[in-house]
Design a protein around this ligand. Structure first.
Ligand code: XMP
Length: 506
């Protein structure tokens, strides 16, 4: 296992995924993790991530200095290299000319750079630099503006690089990580998803035995794959419930029924609860409050459903690794962004939570789904958030707004499918802005809602770029929406990346 110390940089998840792509298990740890705890976990290697902080910040994350004496190889990336230099006896300074973007790295002889060229394109993204290396270290890489762009302490197997090997702009980045894992550290390639799947099923069997599990299924990939794992482990003791919050897309309920039948789940119930959610959301405009209300009712309904089944012990959930990290309580180093409704567990919940996919990233979940022989069409479905259309209607959720956004979403998604783009983009959605603008239709003045369409390209949903959908497709979508959906007279296309924007609107 590789321990990735997450200093709050947006790239920490990407590092963890890159390590897994190389067949090695990775786990994110908070900087406060003590050296003793790390020793107990006995990772084969440690990677320090980047960070939005400067080592000079008052609240900058640091590690327990005893980590440097654990005899475990360390690779510090960007902030990670600066921290190593700062905590050992080097010197870090803030330079006037900051380095952002592509740079040419001149590499020296080092195992870290084995099989690389003497000049490599790498990606920089930080203001501080190391100006004096700690004793015992050598410089193994430099650029025009950074004389100390990579360092090594061969004896202690501590390495630092000022650039980001985990991003694709660093062409040989994956080779560098591979050299660190297999040539410097003693990592083994044993993160194999087929094996993982067998192990999950085995441990679910051991944990659940002949007790009953109720599980929320949403039609999304995560809950579907998690439920299929549970089905394989416990068969008829799995009880699936689909809570129709009334915040669903057009046709969602029947699509979920099709999926459930095709996969062959037996105990399945639909709880029609639309009116209850709409009533609870009346007059509520604050995004976090909406999420909390939905979460509260969602879990209450779940408990009611569980009571109908009798003697249910567990509640199955499709939570995946980034959900847990993004929803984590704010630490000193990362802000809480949103409360994912399926993670804010109400106090006093009588069911024990079971999360078969809590260790996996989205792309891994899809691969597990393929191993389970789930129809590829179901696995290719874009994510749909638990709070549903409520977080795509900014401001108050009303019946009228719901029916508008449903029609708009249906046109948008249908057109993406018919133009062959649906499977190429990561997630597409429509949001209703609670403002009206003036338009003209026929000879009449209109005063209607504005719709914002968002489509993003992303691998991990942690960072995302807006999809470059061809103009002809956008034009057709826009004209269909304003012609076919009453109450909308203007369509915008969102061209913001995540970060700074999130994928959903609330
Ligand atoms: P954001 O908006 O945070 O979304 O960039 C990242 C991914 O998470 C999904 N999402 C949710 N999924 N419950 C969920 O199950 C939620 O409360 C929730 N909020 C956001 C979002 O659709 C995107 O795929």
């Amino acid at each position: 296992m590789v321990a990735v110390i997450n200093f709050g940089g947006q790239y920490a998840h990407l590092i963890a995924r890159r390590v897994r792509e190389l067949g090695v298990k990775s786990e994110l740890l908070v900087p406060e993790t003590s050296a003793q705890k790390i020793k107990d976990l006995s990772p084969d290697a440690i990677i320090f991530s980047g960070s939005p902080h400067s080592v000079f910040d008052k609240n900058a994350p640091r590690v327990d200095k005893n980590i440097y004496d654990l005899n475990i190889p360390i690779l510090g990336i960007c902030y990670g290299q600066q921290l190593i230099s700062y905590q050992l006896d080097g010197l870090v300074t803030t330079h006037e000319s900051k380095q952002f973007g592509k740079e040419i790295l001149k590499t020296e002889n080092s195992v870290l750079f084995e099989n690389l060229s003497k000049r490599e394109t790498v990606w920089f993204s930080h203001g501080d630099q190391v100006d004096k290396i700690p004793s015992g270290f050598n410089v193994i890489g430099s650029t025009k503006n950074a004389k100390i762009a990579a360092i090594e302490n061969k004896t202690k197997k501590i390495y630092g690089i000022q650039f980001h090997p985990e991003v694709t702009h660093t062409f040989s980045g994956q080779k560098i990580i591979s050299n660190f894992l297999f040539k410097i550290s003693n990592c083994k390639k044993d993160w194999d998803l087929k094996k993982q799947k067998d192990e999950i099923v085995k441990s679910l069997k051991q944990k659940i035995k002949s007790q009953k599990v109720i599980m929320a299924i949403s039609g999304g990939v995560d809950s579907l794959v998690a439920a299929t794992l549970l089905k394989e482990a416990i068969g008829k003791n799995l009880y699936l419930t689909f809570i129709d919050t009334g915040l669903m897309r057009k046709g969602e309920v029947s699509e979920v029924e099709t999926i459930v039948n095709k996969v062959g789940f037996t105990n399945f119930r639909i709880s029609k609860s639309g009116a209850r959610f709409l009533f609870a959301l009346k007059g509520v405009t604050d995004p976090e409050e909406k999420r909390k209300i939905i979460s509260k009712h969602y879990f209450a309904i779940f408990e009611e459903e569980a009571q109908k089944i009798k003697n249910v012990t567990f509640l199955g959930q499709g939570t995946i690794y980034p959900d847990r990290i993004e929803s984590a309580q704010p630490t000193k180093h990362a802000d809480k962004i949103k409360s994912h409704h399926n993670l804010t567990l109400p106090k006093g919940l009588k069911l024990q939570i079971i999360e078969p996919l809590a260790e996996f990233y989205k792309d891994e979940v899809r691969k597990i789904g393929t191993i389970l022989k789930i129809n590829p069409e179901f696995l290719a479905r874009h994510p749909f958030p638990g709070p549903g259309l409520a977080i795509r209607i900014l401001g108050e959720v009303t019946e009228e707004r719901l029916s508008i956004i449903r029609e708009v979403d249906y046109i948008f998604i249908s057109e993406l499918k018919s133009s062959g783009l649906y499977n190429k983009v990561g997630q597409a959605l429509a949001a209703l802005l609670p403002v009206k603008s003036v338009g003209v239709m026929g000879d009449a003045r209109t005063y209607s809602y504005i719709i914002s369409l968002r489509s993003v390209d992303t691998q991990d949903f942690m960072t995302a770029d807006w999809s470059k959908i061809p103009n002809v497709v956008l034009e057709k979508i826009s004209s269909r929406i304003v012609n076919e959906v009453r109450g909308v007279n203007r369509v915008l296309y969102d061209i913001t990346q995540k970060p700074p924007a999130t994928i959903e609107y609330e």
